[in-house]
Design a protein around this ligand. Structure first.
Ligand SMILES: C[S@@+](CC[C@H](N)C(=O)[O-])C[C@H]1O[C@@H](n2cnc3c(N)ncnc32)[C@H](O)[C@@H]1O
Length: 426
């Protein structure tokens, strides 16, 4: 059973049972490597992303068609994936139903008639069912109810536009490596190859149609990096000068490390606790033709790696809920729990406390999350400042094409939801 539909059903079932999507992809592709090629992998990924993006709508369809509990979870997920394809996909309806019924027969021969009946019933009632999804917040907005309520409380004016953006396919944004190529030259290459794009800044381009890495012109040569526009603001906000010492305290996979090094001649230490991820920092810097001192260690154990020389600038891009980047990491909305935010806050304050002594007087530390919830943002800074009196919060100048509330970037067409705070040591 090497169909992309069954693969997508198995992978998304793993996620709905609590597993991380990237790890589920990795496991499935490894176990089924003989059947896989790049084209199949691309199709499976696209179906999984959409089935998870619209999960509550699809589940609502199923609950309306089959009010009782479906015992076989794989058959249930197969129906979810099939309805996703019948609603948003481009395969002919009857061919897809036949394929799915045959797959169901192989999973459990007794379920093929049931599967056939559900899908044909779905096709007959699809338009009515789509209208009915407006009846509940979850089936209308495709997020867990607690998440929708939390957003409504946090963003009374913007919650609906945030949800709308987070349910969209993310833009494919490229950052030019100005040490290797100019924007004008890269634009010429895109035009010559018939690739449509728009510009967000003098070093940022958005491709109108997303491409895989091997299709991106100059990717392997290090001309460009895939990075959201919101993440590209770091190098300006940090107010770095050539010759300074910089600590990137949570560096992997090295997106922001690379950007700083493309723009400034600095002594940079890239710290990363996870050895596999530290290796990715190396690989990314090699691709870009850049060097840094990559250290595989924890910022909480400074005696293991710090040479007692304080830094002019520190970037602290902490692990967080990822609530601002859900459209790129679609499993987050089903894997997170409401209680997770307090746990993240506790760890984030701790990391800030650990790294603060490493900053010089008059030095600047940029605290970053890709979260849109205050527990991990304003509340972390408030808690830190209650205990530490040698801190001055600096005003950040954001570009005009960003959507934000204070220092909180709100997910929009142009960028994901990041939070920035610039702290100076006095
Ligand atoms: C949000 S990611 C950083 C993204 C990175 N700045 C970029 O732009 O590509 C956070 C990283 O911090 C690492 N990390 C977590 N705890 C750490 C610690 N105590 N010391 C160093 N790195 C840590 C995680 O493994 C993860 O790779």
């Amino acid at each position: 059973m090497n169909s992309v539909i069954i693969a997508s059903a198995k992978i998304t079932l793993d996620v709905m049972e609590g597993k991380n999507l990237d790890k589920s992809f990795e496991k499935y592709f490894k176990e089924n490597s003989v059947f896989m090629d790049n084209n199949k992998i691309r199709q499976i990924k696209a179906i999984c992303y959409d089935s998870l993006r619209y999960f509550k709508t699809l589940d609502f369809f199923l609950q309306n068609l089959v009010p009782r509990k479906i015992q076989n979870k794989l058959i249930q997920q197969l129906l979810i994936v099939a309805m996703n394809q019948l609603t948003y996909g481009n395969k002919k309806n009857y061919a897809l139903v036949d394929e799915v019924v045959n797959l169901a027969k192989k999973i459990d021969p007794k379920q093929s008639g049931f599967t056939n009946a559900v899908l044909r019933n779905f096709l007959r009632n699809k338009e009515d069912l789509i209208k009915k999804t407006q009846q509940t917040l979850e089936s209308k907005y495709n997020f867990p109810l607690w998440w929708i309520k939390k957003l409504q409380n946090s963003y009374p004016n913007d919650w609906e536009s945030i949800i709308h953006c987070q349910n969209m396919h993310p833009p494919m944004t490229l950052r030019m490596n100005q040490t290797k190529i100019s924007l004008e030259k890269y634009k010429d290459y895109l035009t010559d190859n018939g690739i449509d794009f728009c510009e967000l800044s003098p070093t940022t381009i958005v491709l109108n149609t997303p491409k895989s890495i091997d299709e991106i012109i100059g990717f392997n040569e290090g001309w460009v990096t895939i990075q959201d526009f919101g993440a590209q603001l770091v190098k300006d906000i940090m107010d770095i000068k050539d010759g300074q010492s910089v600590l990137d305290a949570c560096s992997a996979p090295g997106g922001k490390t690379g950007h700083i090094l493309e723009c400034f001649d600095v002594n940079l230490v890239a710290l990363e606790i996870d050895s596999k991820r530290a290796q990715r920092v190396h690989e990314n810097l090699t691709r870009l033709g850049l060097t840094a001192k990559v250290v595989n260690a924890s910022l909480s154990k400074i005696n293991n790696w710090w040479d007692k020389k304080k830094f002019d600038r520190i970037l602290l891009d902490v692990p967080c809920s990822g609530s601002g980047v859900v459209r790129r990491n679609i499993d987050i909305k089903w894997l997170r729990r409401e209680r997770d935010f307090e746990k993240f806050r506790y760890e984030q304050v701790d990391m800030l406390e650990n790294v603060w002594p490493l900053l010089k007087k008059k030095g600047k530390l940029l605290y970053v999350t890709c979260s849109i919830f205050e527990e991990e943002n304003v509340k972390v800074i408030e808690q830190f400042m209650k205990k530490n009196k040698d801190v001055n919060l600096l005003k950040i100048k954001f570009p005009i094409n960003t959507k934000r509330l204070g220092n909180q970037l709100i997910p929009s067409k142009n960028h994901d939801g990041f939070y920035y705070e610039l702290l100076e040591k006095i």
